[in-house]
Design a protein. Sequence first.
Length: 688
Amino acid sequence: LLDPAPIDRATTTTCGYCGVGCSLRVHVRDEQVAAITPVHGAPVNRGHACVKGRFAYAFTRSRDRLTTPLIREAGRDSPLRPATWEEALDAVADRLTAVRDRYGGEAIAMISSARATNEENYLAQKFARTVLHTNNIDNCSRLCHSPSAAGLTASFGMAGGTNPFDDLDRADCILVAGANPTEAHPVIGARIKQRVLDGARLVVIDPRRIDLVGFADVHVQARPGSNVAVFNGIARALLDNGHVDQTFVRERTSGFDELTELLRDYPLDRAAHLAGVDPTPLAEAARLYGSARTPAIVYGLGITEHTHGTDGVRTLTNLAILKGAVGTLDGCGVLTLRGQNNVQGASDMGALPDLLPGYQPITAPRIRTRFSRAWGVEVPERPGLRILDMFAAATTGRLHALYVIGEDIAQTDPDTRRVQAALAACDLVVCHDLFLSRTAEHADVVLPAASFLEKDGTFVNFERRVQRVHPALPSPGEAKTDFEILHLLAQRMDADLGCPTPADAMAECASLTPTFAGISHDRLDQEGPLHWPCRGPDQPGESRLYLDRFATPDGRAALAARPYLPPGEQPDQRFPFLLVTGRRLPHYNSGSMSRRTPDLDLSPREVLDLHPDDAARLGLADGDLVEVTSRRDRVTFPVSLTDTVARGQVFTTFAFPDRPTNALTSDCADTTTGCPEYKVTAVALRPS
Ligand code: SF4
């Protein structure tokens, strides 16, 4: 503890900053956080935590916290004014009811929150389906790991990583692709480094020379958008080098012949050419992964946030399947590094337009009937809108109301002009938030929400581990949890969501969701975290998947023959640079929480990383301003000269609203899931 004065109490909870899900001890004095310390012996973080988890808590008592509801008196041009909960809830209930009754439930859409608890996400999708009568519900996994859900399900049968982090401790080769764990998932980054110091080989595939490259045996600095070519090239090399586990392929996989046929077109030289790299590092990457005994793959948003993101996931999983390094004790499988703290859980809970809790398809009559009976309301059959489709529906007059829980879509979603146009086109915009976000500025009603340190429930981390979240603080002013708000709103719309407590919500979810059937708050409190699938109260939960059979319809891992296709945008004479967006260590997503922690002033402003050779060509010195123009908009940044970015590429984040990076980003999206291509935007640079 930084201050030796006695504390009033300490509460153990789960970090709300990233998908690692570290266990934290929150020390409270005078109803303020006095300190946060990592929990020793916690299975995920083993006594470690990063700078965000330990120190970024001042936002909880920031003067910017919303403490009362806000409503507009007369139309979008009038100012937001403080209101009572009665007024605000009545306004939302009346206007949602009016839209639903006039245009039908499909004229309303909800965006649930990857920061909210499982129980809140469960309640949000139940509210959408039973009160609003629509499947128009999605969550921000659409914008990050929806290609993982689709790709992993198609390859292996379930929408989650295959192995626990602990398996990294026995990996003799770790292939990190499209992820920068040192900054985005620091506790895992540290664990990978330790494993390398203990003797594991490390392959890094990333357009930037990220911190882990300093620990790597080989760095494949592939051009953004070339993942499928890279993985097809490595797969071809596994075949050519005799590194394919033929017994595994014969007994436990499908699609081998189609893949080998496709891979005729991907000799290393061609794959390297497509990826803009020398063949030598690509060959070395293939040799290291192929010759390993217990290889692990760790990947992140650099694989998914592409026009061909699902193909990227599928072709990456091909490597683990060919090697026989998944679904067996001889391999460490495929680990997905999820971004937000509960992005796995938001999807697990069915905050998705086509899937009910546990990824049960809405189109399956038997499943829909089960939920309809349990909820006492007919669940709509037609799949709803994905997030980007919601914006298109709003601007074309098909969507009249948008209800956003804890996401700042006007800052974090791509092509923000389009988002703002959609918000302006809606008759009603409602949001729950901690702060007056860019999205809240467009809302008709803003409801003050509780932070993760003020909530009871559970999160799921990116190894499918369900962990308890306990309230350490009361909410400031009149702020309420999303769980309470949804209940109060449903009551005003003459509906009863049931499950009055978060424990009840998890119990109801478990009764309807086979993969969560054995999970309850009581059990988590008594036994500690549990991995899903956990199919009964006497089951331990499966941390390592597919040891007997894969969960695909035929029980086999499905190899995917996917050709390389170029990204949605290409540089040209007008827009000769490629902009890649990502994360920096001190900040989280929109930065709304991390920017409000003065002690965390490591990165107080946004910059654009630029290679010194490009800077010299443009006549720019470190700190100079540069105007960045894409096909959509222009934004000015100070430049930071660094050779961690390749020539012809620039990098920044979207954590600072005064540098609205997503005004620039591409409106291209994954053809399978609609995940935006945040990682490839063609831009021009001009000294400002
Ligand atoms: Fe929190 Fe992630 Fe840092 Fe752990 S690594 S303390 S979960 S932000």
